[in-house]
Design a protein around this ligand. Structure first.
Ligand SMILES: NC(=O)c1ccc[n+]([C@@H]2O[C@H](COP(=O)([O-])OP(=O)(O)OC[C@H]3O[C@@H](n4cnc5c(N)ncnc54)[C@H](O)[C@@H]3O)[C@@H](O)[C@H]2O)c1
Length: 468
C-alpha cells in the first residue's frame, strides 16, 4: 500500500469512529441492538478450503524492524534449522548492523541491509530470494509490511497486534485469500508453558465443556511508555495512550483463550461490551518523574487506566478481558479457564517457588472447595510440545515460548502443513481493539464482532495437540 492510501485509510477510519460515536447517541435513544462494526468491503464468500502452502526446503527470511523484539526473533531464527535471514530492514541503521552481526556470528552470510527510510521495506519485499517477511515494527506498520510482502508473493509474519483497525484486519484477510499467502500473527503467549498445559487439559476433557475464560494484559508499562532514552517503545506506545481508549493490546490474553474455545474453528466471537475507568495513572507518574508542570503531566490521556471487556461467543461462552497498563501492579495475563467439571488458572500465584505456576480444581478429584497446584498435574498434563522443546528453548525470551513459536513457524513452512495460527486468528484477535474503542465511546453498548471466516468457522477443524 502506498503512503497516500495508508494516510487515506487512517482518515477514513477516524471518520468511521466519529460516525460510530454519533450513531451511538441515536441508537442509545432508539434501540438496544448491537452495532455492526466495520466499513471495509468484506471479501465475498469466505475461505473455500483450508489454505496450505507447498513445503519450502530452506525458508529464506527478510526481517523488518529489529528493535527489542525483532532482535530477539533474529537471535532465535539463527538457531533454528532450515532457515536463513537474507535481508534486514530498520529505519535505524545501527540496529540493522547489530542484526547483521548476529546473523554473521552464527555462521551465515551477511544479510543485505535496508535503511532508506520508513518505506524501504517495500524494496526488501520485492527481492526474488525471500519466502517469508517477518516484522516486529511498531503497530501501525504491521499491515503495510504484511500486505507489501503478500502482494510480492511472500508469506507474512507479524508481531502483535496484527492490525490496529477493523479495516486493516479485513485487509489482511482479503490480501491473504487473494494472494494465497500465509499471514500469521506471532502470538507467543499461545506457546506459554502453562497456557499450553491448560489447553492440553481441556483437550483431554479434564475441565468438561468450557463455558468461561478470563484473560488480559495487566502490565505496568508506565516506565516503558516514558522511557524516551531507550529510543524504543516509548516513541510509539505512548502515542496510542494519548489518543485511544479501549483495549489496545488484546491478543496476549485473548489468543490462548480463543484457542481453548475453538474460535474460528467450531465457535466464533459474537459481540462484546467494553468499559474503561477514567485516566489517572500516566499523569500521576509523569508528575512524579518529570514534575507537575511538565508537558507529560498535563497532557490529556485518552486511555482509561483499566479497561474491561466482556465477550460472548456464538456457542454461549463468555470471556472477560482486561487491559491494565497505567497503574502499579505485578504482571498478569490471568488466564482462567472454567468448564462444567472444573477450573484452572495461571495467575496470580504468589507462593510459587519452582515448577509451573497456577492452580486447578477438578470436581471429584480435588479436595472439596480447595485449589490444587497446577504443578501437581504437570506429570500427567504437560503439553507434549514443551516436553519436546524445553531444552532447546532455554534462555530464549519470555521463558522460552518465543523460541518455540519461531521454531513452529519454520517447521510448518518446511513441512508444508497449516500454520498453528492463521490470518483469521490474526484478524479476529486484533480486531477486538477497535471494537472496544467503539463500545467505550458509546456508553459500553454491545458491538458485533465480525466473522472474518464468513461462516467457515462452523466447519473448520479445531487446533490439535502440536508436536515438535
Ligand atoms: N510478543 C511479545 O511478547 C512482544 C513483546 C514486546 C513487543 N512486542 C511487539 O513487537 C513490536 C515491536 O516492539 P518492540 O518492543 O521491539 O519496539 P521497538 O521500538 O524496540 O522496535 C521497533 C523497531 O521498528 C523500527 N521501525 C519503526 N518503523 C519502521 C519502519 N517503517 N520500517 C522499518 N523499521 C521500522 C524501529 O526503528 C525499531 O527498531 C510491537 O508490535 C510490539 O507490540 C511483542
Amino acid at each position: 500500500m502506498n503512503r497516500d492510501r495508508h494516510e487515506k485509510r487512517e482518515l477514513d477510519r477516524r471518520d468511521f469512529l466519529k460516525l460510530g460515536a454519533a450513531a451511538g447517541v441515536g441508537a442509545a435513544l432508539a434501540s438496544t441492538q448491537a452495532f455492526a462494526a466495520g466499513s471495509h468491503p468484506k471479501p465475498l464468500g469466505g475461505p473455500a478450503k483450508e489454505f496450505v502452502a507447498p513445503p519450502i526446503e530452506k525458508v529464506r527470511i527478510g526481517y523488518v524492524g529489529v528493535g527489542g523484539m525483532g532482535t530477539a526473533h533474529v537471535r532465535n531464527l539463527v538457531r533454528i534449522p532450515g532457515c536463513e535471514i537474507r535481508a534486514v530492514c530498520d529505519i535505524v541503521p545501527e540496529r540493522v548492523e547489530r542484526a547483521q552481526k548476529i546473523v554473521m556470528d552464527a555462521g551465515f552470510p551477511k544479510p543485505e541491509g535496508y535503511t532508506r527510510g520508513p518505506y524501504d521495506f517495500r524494496r526488501l519485499c520485492e527481492r526474488e530470494d525471500l519466502d517469508l517477511v517477518y516484522t516486529a515494527t511498531p503497530w501501525e506498520w504491521h499491515v503495510p509490511v504484511c500486505v507489501a510482502a503478500m502482494e510480492a508473493g511472500k508469506h507474512a509474519a507479524t508481531e502483535v497486534p496484527a492490525a490496529v483497525t477493523l479495516d486493516e484486519a479485513w485487509q489482511l484477510v482479503e490480501t491473504s485469500e487473494r494472494t494465497q499467502r500465509y499471514c500469521i500473527m506471532m502470538e507467543n503467549c499461545t506457546y506459554d508453558r502453562e497456557e499450553m498445559m491448560i489447553f492440553n487439559m481441556v483437550r483431554q476433557g479434564l475441565l468438561g465443556e468450557i463455558l468461561h475464560g478470563a484473560a488480559g494484559y495487566l502490565h505496568d508499562l508506565r516506565h516503558v511508555k516514558f522511557n524516551f532514552a531507550a529510543r524504543g517503545e516509548a516513541i510509539w506506545r505512548l502515542a496510542h495512550s494519548i489518543r485511544r481508549n479501549g483495549n489496545l493490546y488484546p491478543t496476549h490474553g485473548l489468543g490462548p483463550i480463543a484457542q481453548v474455545m475453538d474460535i474460528n474453528r467450531g465457535d466464533q466471537f459474537d459481540y462484546l461490551v467494553s468499559m474503561s475507568t477514567k485516566a489517572m495513572g500516566l499523569s500521576l507518574y509523569a508528575a512524579e518523574v518529570f514534575g507537575p508542570e511538565s508537558k507529560w503531566a498535563n497532557i490529556k490521556y485518552a486511555l482509561g487506566d483499566v479497561n474491561v471487556t466482556l465477550i460472548r461467543t456464538k456457542k454461549g461462552r463468555t470471556i472477560t478481558l482486561y487491559h491494565d497498563t497505567n497503574l502499579p501492579r505485578p504482571y498478569s495475563r490471568i488466564h482462567l479457564v472454567q468448564g462444567t467439571k472444573g477450573i484452572a488458572r495461571k495467575w496470580p500465584d504468589p507462593r510459587r517457588t519452582s515448577g509451573v505456576m497456577g492452580f486447578v480444581y477438578i470436581e471429584g478429584r480435588s479436595p472439596t472447595h480447595k485449589w490444587e497446584t497446577l504443578e501437581s498435574y504437570r506429570a500427567e498434563y504437560e503439553h507434549p510440545l514443551w516436553k519436546d522443546l524445553e531444552e532447546m528453548s532455554k534462555g530464549a525470551g519470555h521463558g522460552g515460548m518465543d523460541y518455540i513459536e519461531d521454531y513452529r513457524l519454520i517447521k510448518c513452512l518446511r513441512e508444508g502443513v497449516p500454520l498453528d495460527m492463521d490470518v483469521y486468528d490474526a484478524a479476529a484477535w486484533s480486531a477486538i481493539s477497535e471494537l472496544t474503542e467503539i463500545s467505550v465511546a458509546n456508553r459500553s453498548r454491545p458491538v458485533d464482532i465480525p466473522d472474518f471466516t464468513r461462516g467457515a468457522w462452523k466447519k473448520r477443524p479445531p487446533l490439535g495437540i502440536l508436536r515438535a
